[in-house]
Design a protein around this ligand. Structure first.
Ligand code: ADP
Length: 617
């Protein structure tokens, strides 16, 4: 529709231009013709100055003088006019020089130009660009998408999400056999929302639904529909559903649905009109199609609570399926899937690896196996060995190791060593159930100066003690710096730890009702409906934090000799694993010599060794 309108406007423009240009030239040609009185003309004819006369029946006749000037004069319409002229030696041509033939030719030319222009413009509008994409005009409202007729993915390729798979099995059956459900008068859900952390296999499961049902799969990202121009997003939505209807049975997948389906409250006007219109178009399309026709819409989001309620009403996305991080069994199964086509050395213990990968998403596990395969291939090995998996494990957690470490001062290395030793030691002292799989002072390319991996056990709930321990582990890095280098020399390296500790203490007080004086209240809900001051919440959090700080500090001062041992070993070896750490703590490992303390002037200027999320859990 839009294109047609543009086409008409352009055609009219071209036509007006042609008329204007034609009128101009006509004016110019009229200007060059001299109008003679009949007397002047007769005189010029007698003097032999007239070359030719075009004889017609019209009131004026034209001709050309011997000097090339064209003229018009009155038509005497006398019978002997032609003879008189011929006697005077003037050539007489009967009929106008700009004859009807000429006029017809001109008209054909003008229309030809118009038709050509219209054709050229319409060609231009439909033309494919060299990249194979449609012209921007088309791209605006037509959706480019990943359309796969045979996705080649089934439920066997999705591990660890048994409940999620179970809750979409009937949808697969429905897609295979919509009539069966229609006969029973059953209304299938029009839309399903998968929600959960990134990388947990939401896209994969949507593909698997299409794959199991053997129907085509259309994939879009919610952000494709958020446009600057009002109406474009809505037009795209309509385009998507039009294509889907043409396809018959299919799965439409919207990734990041929150980009277009966020709550609309308080932003009904202005720049958000576009999003509102797009969302309305989606709702209308979803309510509009016959659910028994065999189209299922699946959407994915990281957070369900940010979505507009309208999306979740019956008849829209009325089934919501949570897909969480995999548990130990899930991780084991996912690891098995992603090592199916990889030659693994027998020394690799998948169960152990599944234990070590708490908080890993499916995507990270896939990445882990892939990185290990890359390391093995780089070495030119025939098998993926344990060392490759170990290396990959730390790359996934913290990024690649920084190779050039020559610019790091000795003091910075020492601060990092004590900081990481603090985390590791306090983990061992307050949360012995956690696993400290690695402590390192090797900086990563992602900007971490070092890190220590502290993995909590797989548990459904977290206890208050565990949360307190997590806070203490997070604070331990800064406290170790303070004990060894003095209060004035602590660094910015603890910023990430402080952030995490604050998040935990806030949750403890505001959400879990574990505060001393704040009671069993959810303060997020409370503050939504009142303007009450949050001061006492801040006070409570501070009191907690000060208490944990004191306790951790006492613990580290008491065990300073262990802190020194770990830090010295780290300075010597750069990385230690759990076995080595346990040996240091039990006094079994031979103690490295005490390093001379660096007296460089940049002492305490602050290094940035932000932590990976696994530093504290
Ligand atoms: P999401 O859509 O939740 O962000 P994806 O489906 O894009 O996650 O997952 C990315 C990749 O991670 C998948 O292609 C797959 O290789 C791997 N993956 C994630 N979850 C699983 C799982 N449960 N089983 C097998 N592989 C998984």
């Amino acid at each position: 529709m839009r294109h047609k309108r543009i086409l008409i406007v352009l055609t009219v423009l071209v036509f007006v231009m042609i008329v204007a240009v034609g009128a101009y030239f006509y004016g110019q040609s009229v200007k060059n013709i001299e109008r003679l009185t009949y007397l002047d003309f007769s005189e010029k004819a007698e003097n032999g100055n007239v070359k030719v006369v075009y004889l017609t029946d019209s009131p004026s006749i034209g001709g050309e003088l011997t000097d090339g000037t064209r003229f018009v004069t009155e038509n005497p319409r006398s019978e002997d006019f032609k003879e008189n002229m011929l006697v005077l030696g003037v050539r007489v041509e009967e009929g106008q020089r700009n004859s009807a033939l000429m006029t017809a030719f001109r008209m054909v030319l003008v229309f030809g130009i118009i038709i050509l222009s219209v054709w050229a413009i319409s060609r231009l509008m439909n033309r494919e660009t060299p990249t194979g994409r449609k012209d921007p005009m088309d791209k605006l409202t037509t959706m480019q998408c990943e359309t796969v007729r045979d996705v080649g993915v089934g439920f066997d390729d999705v591990a660890g999400s048994e409940e999620a798979k179970e809750s979409v099995k009937d949808i697969v059956d429905f897609l295979k056999n919509p009539e069966k459900y229609a006969r029973m008068g059953a209304r299938m859900p029009r839309g399903v929302i998968f929600y959960g952390p990134p990388g947990t296999g939401k896209t994969l499961l949507a593909k698997a639904v299409a794959g199991e049902a053997g129907v085509p799969y259309f994939a879009f990202s919610g952000s494709d529909f958020v446009q600057v121009y009002v109406g474009v997003g809505a037009a795209r939505i309509r385009d998507v559903f039009k294509k889907a209807r043409e396809m018959g049975r299919c799965v439409i997948f919207f990734d990041e649905i929150d980009a277009l389906g966020k709550k609309r409250d308080g932003m009904a006007s202005g720049g958000n009109d576009e999003r509102s219109q797009t969302l309305n178009a989606l709702l209308t399309e979803m309510s509009g199609f016959n659910s028994n026709g065999g189209i299922v819409v699946i959407a994915a989001t990281n957070r369900l609570d940010v979505l507009d309620e309208a999306l979740l009403r019956p008849g829209r996305f009325d089934r919501q399926v949570e897909i969480g991080l995999p548990d130990i069994n899930g991780r084991f199964e996912i690891l098995k899937i992603h090592s199916r086509n990889k030659p693994l050395d027998r020394g690799i213990d998948m169960k152990k690896l599944a234990h070590q990968t708490v908080f890993f998403s499916g995507a990270q596990l896939e990445n882990l196996m892939n990185e290990a395969a890359i390391f093995a291939a780089k070495r030119g090995s025939k098998l993926i060995e344990r060392a490759d998996v170990d290396k990959a494990y730390y790359t996934v957690i913290a990024g690649a190791e920084k190779k050039d470490r020559s610019a790091i001062s000795r003091l910075d290395r020492e601060i990092t060593a004590y900081h990481e030793a603090g985390h590791a030691l306090v983990t061992k002292l307050v949360a012995p159930e956690n696993r400290v799989t690695k402590v390192t002072i090797i900086p990563s390319t992602r900007g971490a100066g070092g890190f220590s991996v502290s993995l909590p056990p797989d548990r459904m709930y977290r206890s208050r003690k565990q949360m307190e321990s997590s806070i203490k582990i997070a604070l331990a890095g800064r406290i170790a710096e303070e004990i060894i280098f003095g209060r004035d020399n602590v660094t910015t390296g603890a910023s990430n730890d402080i952030e995490k500790a604050t998040q935990i203490v806030m949750a403890l007080v505001k959400r879990f009702g574990m505060g001393e004086s704040t009671g069993m209240l959810n303060y997020d809900i409370l503050f939504q409906n009142s303007v009450a001051s949050q001061e006492h919440i801040v006070e409570e959090c501070r009191a907690f934090m000060d208490k944990y700080y004191r306790e951790t500090s006492d613990l580290l001062v008491e065990n300073k000799y262990l802190l020194d041992r770990i830090a010295r070993t780290l300075l010597e070896k750069e990385s230690i694993d759990e076995e080595c750490l346990d040996a240091i703590l039990s006094g079994e490992s031979s103690e490295p010599a005490v390093p001379e303390r660096d007296s460089e002037s940049n002492r305490g200027t602050g290094t940035t060794f932000d932590k990976a999320p696994w530093t504290v859990a």
